[in-house]
Design a protein around this ligand. Structure first.
Ligand code: SAH
Length: 230
């Protein structure tokens, strides 16, 4: 008989609620209490946010707070957006499964993961290199194969991959960047928080038509500024 003094691999784990039970339950509550109760209706959008493991996109010490009703810090002075804002912006774009979407401001990669479940291809660009690299690693690890991440200045968009059916900007410029409008298909939509640094911002929903741009302010918000690259 072999006596074991320490813990063996067969010992039961310490008694803490298993993460694989806690997180799905918290996510289901988030969908109900933060999204549906505030008017998010699109079933595909609700399902997408009900599926993406937000805890995998926040720093380890904040995992337990992953499903709280607000933004969280992700380092480099940046944040992962509030789930409701992610849902609101995603719903506003009225996405279709064949769409190709550009996101400006990859941050944690969470919004890109939500989009990845709804459309064919997601192109996402981030100015802060370590954030882009970490997001790329996390997205690969979690099996998202239709997200293309690159380090770059979002004011330039992603010229090689144009035109886009939809563009989602998750940092705030003081006006809608022209290059992004150029890179949108006719009939395409863009959602972008616009406002001066530190001040109030409005989420602006744009639709590109043959005649020009339709523009509508849809929600007051507060995003980190869109920084000018080199
Ligand atoms: N969509 C993110 C939230 C990002 S916060 C998520 O789901 O986690 C906004 C991000 O925009 C920050 O990471 C910031 O570094 C980035 N950003 C700011 N200015 C930018 C620019 N000019 N081009 C690309 N990214 C920019």
């Amino acid at each position: 008989m072999v006596l074991s003094l320490g813990g063996s691999p067969l010992d039961p784990p310490p008694v803490t609620p298993a993460e694989d039970l806690v997180f799905p339950a918290a996510r289901a509550r988030m969908v109900r209490d933060q999204l549906m109760s505030r008017g998010i209706r699109d079933a595909r959008v609700l399902a997408a946010l009900g599926k993406v493991p937000r805890q995998e996109f926040v720093p380890k010490p904040l995992r337990a707070e992953a499903y709280e009703d607000g933004p969280l810090p992700i380092g480099h002075g940046q944040t992962i957006s509030q789930p409701y804002v992610v849902a609101f912006m995603t719903e506003a774009l009225v996405l279709r499964p064949r769409d190709r979407v550009l996101e400006i401001g990859t941050g944690s990669g969470y919004q890109a993961a939500v989009l990845a479940g709804l459309v064919a291809e997601v192109y996402t660009t981030e100015l802060v290199e370590p954030l882009a690299r970490q997001a790329e690693v996390d997205l690969r690890r979690l099996g998202y194969t239709n997200v293309h991440v690159r380090v770059g200045d979002g004011y330039r968009g992603w010229p090689e991959a144009t035109p886009f059916d939809a563009i989602l900007v998750t940092c705030a410029p003081d006006q809608v960047p022209d290059d992004l409008v150029q890179q949108l298909k006719v009939g395409g939509r863009m959602i972008v928080p616009v406002g001066h640094q530190g001040g109030p911002q409005d989420l602006i929903l744009l639709r590109k038509t043959l005649g020009g741009l339709e523009r509508q302010a849809v929600l007051p918000v507060r995003f980190v500024p869109m920084v000018k690259g080199d």
